[in-house]
Design a protein around this ligand. Structure first.
Ligand code: DSN
Length: 419
């Protein structure tokens, strides 16, 4: 990064410091990952200079032959990985992908049924503070209090009661397999469109570690940067019958020029997801999450749903640590070198800024080559720190142990070092 360092030492130094932070802390945020150097390189290219509104072969600008070739590759790979009729790789983010999906199928004022945010859903699935709750009449379904799993009977009852135009499945803090077949049946019973936001589990789906929603959903949206381990961005897959509406909904519906440097990086990430070792990587993510869950249970933490089938666990701190908020737990763990996020839990009584839970994920550490043994150690550290979050001696000792573990699993080492 010689040019950047010379032109803007302040920004250069912050980027270098961030690379150092990523290399020296344990990234346990379930939605984060580390992209490959190839993906990173593709993002920092001259493609950022190019306007390419439209689609390959049908652009509103000249000079698009090379970006066309790139976007065609990205589209072909996305369709092949997920077995989809049609793909659109231009959504700038998962939220944009969801907005495009809704506006492809619905009119403002129509009704949607999505998972309650505090039960593990997402802002764009109908939260009142989000466009999805402002443009559409949103109601919610959730998990059973007794076992933390989606209550499909209650979902069916709710769908019959409100007769939504669209049901959305998908979650940002749900650790169990999503039963897409049952969702689709319920949607069919009430003649609703069925959309799946698989952002969190896209990598697991690509590797067939989680059932795919593609055959049963009208539209499937995703981000590309979570378990899929690509650049930050969105992806939309759909059946042929919705292809035109989806493409028009993205552009000119809600976006202008596509970010071609990110589309190139998506193409590279999709190629990586087509390699045989991607399947074993995804299986290791889940094995690591299960090992982490087992370790946390040994530390007497209460896990929503009792464990995990996926890449994350959701800890409800209230039974084991009634006076400890998610916010305070997150801050103490960060001082010990473990980054994760506070999260609301089913039946939440605190505000989302304080929250009573912790969401902990394994994709990023699995990318660094950590395995089940390391997950056991991490669960132990979480238990120790949270047993007395004010004990600075324990935090100092653990942060040193974290540093040593991180050194044994280097990531972006040259970017982290002052040059
Ligand atoms: N903010 C993302 C997450 O952390 O799950 C979802 O968009």
């Amino acid at each position: 990064m010689d040019h950047l360092r010379a032109t803007d030492p302040d920004v250069y130094e912050s980027i270098r410091a961030e690379a150092n932070r990523q290399a020296t802390q344990l990234a346990l945020i379930a939605s984060e990952n580390f992209v490959s150097r190839a993906v990173l390189e593709a993002m920092g290219t001259v493609l950022t200079n190019k306007y390419a509104e439209g689609l390959p072969g049908k652009r509103y600008y000249g000079g698009c032959e090379h970006v066309d070739a790139i976007e065609e590759k990205a589209l072909a790979r996305a369709k092949e990985i997920f077995g989809a009729d049609h793909a659109n790789v231009q959504a700038h983010s998962g939220a944009q992908a969801n907005m495009a999906a809704y506006l492809a199928l619905l009119e403002p004022g129509d009704s949607i049924l999505g998972m309650d945010l505090s039960h593990g859903g997402h802002l764009t699935h109908g939260a009142s503070v989000n466009f999805s709750g402002r443009l559409f009449e949103a109601t919610t379904y959730g998990v059973r209090e007794s076992d933390g799993r989606i209550d499909y009977d209650a979902l069916r009852d709710q769908a019959k009661k409100v007769r939504p135009r669209l049901i959305i499945a998908g979650a940002s803090a749900y650790p169990r397999i999503l039963d897409f077949e049952t969702f689709a049946e319920i949607a069919a019973e009430v003649e609703a469109f069925f959309v799946v936001d698989m952002a969190h589990i896209a990598g697991l789906v690509a590797a067939e570690v989680h059932p795919t929603p593609v055959p049963v959903a009208d539209i499937v949206t995703s981000t590309t940067h979570k378990t899929l381990r690509g650049p930050r961005g969105g992806l939309i897959l759909c059946k042929d019958e919705h292809a035109k509406a989806v493409d028009k909904s993205v552009f000119p519906g809600i976006q202008g020029g596509p970010l071609m440097h990110l589309i190139a990086a998506k193409a590279v990430a999709f190629k990586e997801a087509q390699q045989p070792d991607f399947k074993s990587y995804q299986r290791r993510i889940v094995a690591n999450a299960r090992a982490l869950a087992a370790g946390l249970r040994e530390q007497a933490f209460h896990l929503v749903s009792g464990g995990t089938d996926t890449h994350l666990v959701l800890v409800d701190l209230r039974p084991s640590h009634p006076d400890l908020t998610g916010k305070d737990a997150e801050e103490s763990l960060e001082r010990a070198g473990l980054t994760l996020n506070k999260n609301t839990v089913p039946g939440e009584t605190r505000s989302p800024f304080v929250a009573s839970g912790l969401r902990i994920g394994t994709p990023a550490l699995t990318t660094r080559g950590m395995g089940e043994e390391e997950m056991g150690r991490i669960a132990g550290w979480i238990g120790e720190v949270l047993s007395d979050p004010a004990d600075e001696k324990v935090i100092a000792r653990i942060s040193e142990e974290v540093r040593v573990l991180c050194q044994a699993h280097p990531i972006y080492a040259d970017l982290a070092t002052p040059g």
